[in-house]
Design a protein around this ligand. Structure first.
Ligand SMILES: C[S@@+](CC[C@H](N)C(=O)[O-])C[C@H]1O[C@@H](n2cnc3c(N)ncnc32)[C@H](O)[C@@H]1O
Length: 233
């Protein structure tokens, strides 16, 4: 059966009911390698852009960030995040919006996270410009994304709809590493770190789905900061 191809937003609205319960090797690998890049967040102001069901939003609030906001355009994903955050004090804020048009104040955020979203972003220039706009002068932008090598295997974000048994593919963008590097640079961002992470035994032990990609790079991580003053950007 041909996969059902939906817009990114419609795809995630449908995926939201299953997303947290799945064996997702990319999520497992990212959960291992992102925290050292993120560092201490206690007392910081943090935006989680493309927050989905709040995987990072909630843990940032729990880790003592002073203010945390999660942004996503999928009502389904945001609904899950909100339901899970009800017990948290202080609870993070959630806003429904496009990643390239954030209803957030300029230069406010010490950390901006954008996790597993970039492979859905076709227009990288306005995306990076917008994230750079909300970043505080000494802040860091952290992005995680499925490694573009997965494109060679024809792998993109997908899930199986249990109701129909059909594979569903929210629209994805086949960006390359140089696309990310060049667009970030044009937005006035410089690289503090960039790393690539392959499927290893440790991952296969916790995520059986990972085995068929053993040895392949699965995850790309970027840590960026403002390299140019706002007026020059
Ligand atoms: C793979 S999920 C990742 C969710 C979360 N960041 C995580 O790591 O668990 C991708 C999320 O990005 C959101 N997204 C994709 N493109 C977007 C856009 N243009 N504007 C806002 N949200 C977007 C989707 O709705 C989805 O919730």
């Amino acid at each position: 059966m041909e996969p059902l191809r939906l817009s990114t937003r419609e795809g995630y609205d449908l995926w939201s009911a299953l997303y947290d319960g799945e064996d997702n090797p990319l999520v497992q690998l990212e959960s291992r390698f992102l925290p050292p890049l993120l560092g201490e967040v206690r007392g910081l102001c943090v935006a989680d852009v493309g927050c989905g069901t709040g995987r990072w939003t909630l843990s940032l609030a729990d880790a003592g960030a002073r203010f945390v906001v999660g942004v996503d355009f999928s009502a389904g994903m945001l609904g899950r995040a909100l339901a899970k955050s009800r017990e948290l004090r202080p609870a993070p804020a959630f806003v429904r919006a496009e990643v390239a048009s954030l209803p957030l104040a300029a230069r406010r955020f010490d950390r901006v996270l954008c996790c597993l979203v970039l492979d859905h972003v076709l227009e990288l220039d306005p995306f990076f410009r917008e994230l750079a706009r909300v970043l505080a002068p000494e802040g860091s932008l952290l992005c995680s994304v499925m490694h573009p090598a997965m494109n060679i295997l024809g792998i993109e974000a997908r899930f199986t709809d249990p109701a129909s048994g059909r594979e569903v593919r929210p629209a994805s963008a086949r960006n390359t590493i140089s696309d990310y590097v060049m667009a970030a640079g044009r937005a006035g961002l410089g690289f503090e770190a960039m790393s690539e992470h392959a499927v290893d035994e440790e991952l296969c032990a916790v995520s059986p789905r990972a085995r068929k990609y053993a040895g392949w790079p699965l995850l790309l991580l970027l840590r960026l900061r403002l390299a140019l003053p706002p007026r020059a950007r």
